[in-house]
Ligand binder design. Structure first.
Ligand SMILES: NC(=O)c1ccc[n+]([C@@H]2O[C@H](COP(=O)([O-])OP(=O)(O)OC[C@H]3O[C@@H](n4cnc5c(N)ncnc54)[C@H](OP(=O)(O)O)[C@@H]3O)[C@@H](O)[C@H]2O)c1
Length: 290
């Protein structure tokens, strides 16, 4: 890497940020394409977020990814937000257009692109159960809802959060049946027996974060069990699903495709996703993304 006075900067803001595998993923693409850009991690405490966002303008940084815990709080510091962000309330990508900071969310795109690429899944007419109601869940909900599924059930530990998500989406997509339920093994059985797809968007299943109790036995044999966690690559949920003969889908593809869409927003270039996948896999296997 040859950094000069002309080198442009991309990066990621989070706290902590030492777990992120976005720098190796994006720098592999930058290197392969021969671009004069570098992608850096920035550890930003919540109390410094506004200063950091002003720094994007002040330093002329080309674009930024936003990760936990800033995805929702950053919205108020931006100049413009996409239609998707208006619905989701969370940003994972900022584009700096001549000092005007525009917030986007590429998580939902990343998810459905990966599901299509790996399993040729189309959500049209399907019954879907989403576990979790956080930022990632709302991004995925938006991307799935525009594909016209029959029903989407949102199950969450904090039921009030699921209820408020469902209320917003019911108004926006009146032809889809939405329901909010408490995330409870017995309660979920009734919904699982008709589900075509279940998606874990909770952080349960990440290393040292426990195991999510779900009635996978109740699912039809044709159902897909999807987990957006990518470290471990095979979560305990996916391991159980595999043992039951169900179709499984992990989170690495989502990470790659959300990154590729961010890259396109910043540079106008289609990122080679094979290069991203190779770099991301190497980073996860060597201990990143925890
Ligand atoms: N593959 C990718 O590209 C990608 C992209 C984005 C996020 N992710 C992953 O998605 C996960 C969620 O991210 P996020 O941004 O949506 O986080 P978030 O906004 O903080 O939401 C976390 C969700 O997990 C639930 N949860 C946390 N601990 C729980 C527990 N012990 N039992 C049951 N539910 C629990 C929360 O429920 P409450 O509402 O009750 O707190 C909430 O629904 C993380 O693991 C993240 O790494 C992956």
């Amino acid at each position: 890497m040859n950094i000069t006075g002309k080198t442009k900067i991309l990066g990621i803001l989070g706290y902590p940020v030492n777990h992120t595998i976005s720098p190796p993923m994006h720098n592999a693409v930058i290197k392969m394409l021969g671009l004069d850009i570098v992608y850096l991690p920035f550890e930003v405490k919540p109390s410094n977020l506004q200063h950091a966002v002003n720094g994007i303008r002040g330093l002329g940084i080309l674009g930024i990814n936003i990760t936990i815990p800033h995805k929702e709080t950053v919205v108020k510091f931006l100049d413009k937000i996409s239609e998707e962000v208006k619905l989701i309330g969370a940003v994972n990508t900022i584009v700096n257009k001549d000092g005007c900071l525009i917030g986007h969310n590429t998580d939902g795109y990343g998810y459905i692109t990966s599901l299509k690429e790996e399993l040729n899944f189309s959500a049209k007419g399907k019954k879907i159960v989403i576990l979790g109601a956080g930022g990632a869940a709302r991004g995925i909900l938006t991307a799935l809802a525009v594909k016209k599924p029959e029903a989407i059930i949102v199950a969450n530990r904090t039921i009030a959060r699921a209820v408020s998500v469902v209320k917003i989406f019911k108004e926006k997509f009146p032809n889809i049946k939405f329901e909010a339920v408490y995330i409870d093994e017995d309660m979920l059985k009734a919904y699982f027996q008709y589900a075509d797809l279940i998606v874990n968007t909770t952080s349960v299943g990440m290393k040292k974060k426990g195991i999510l109790k779900t009635p996978l036995e109740a699912l039809p044999k044709t159902a897909i069990v999807s987990d957006i966690i990518y470290n471990p690559l095979e979560t305990p949920l996916l391991e159980r699903a595999k043992k039951l003969g169900l179709i499984t889908h992990g989170g690495l593809g989502m990470l790659i495709h959300q990154g590729a869409k961010s890259f396109k927003l910043w540079t106008g270039i289609d990122a080679p996703t094979k290069v991203m996948r190779k770099a991301a896999l190497k980073a996860v296997k060597s201990g990143g993304g925890k």
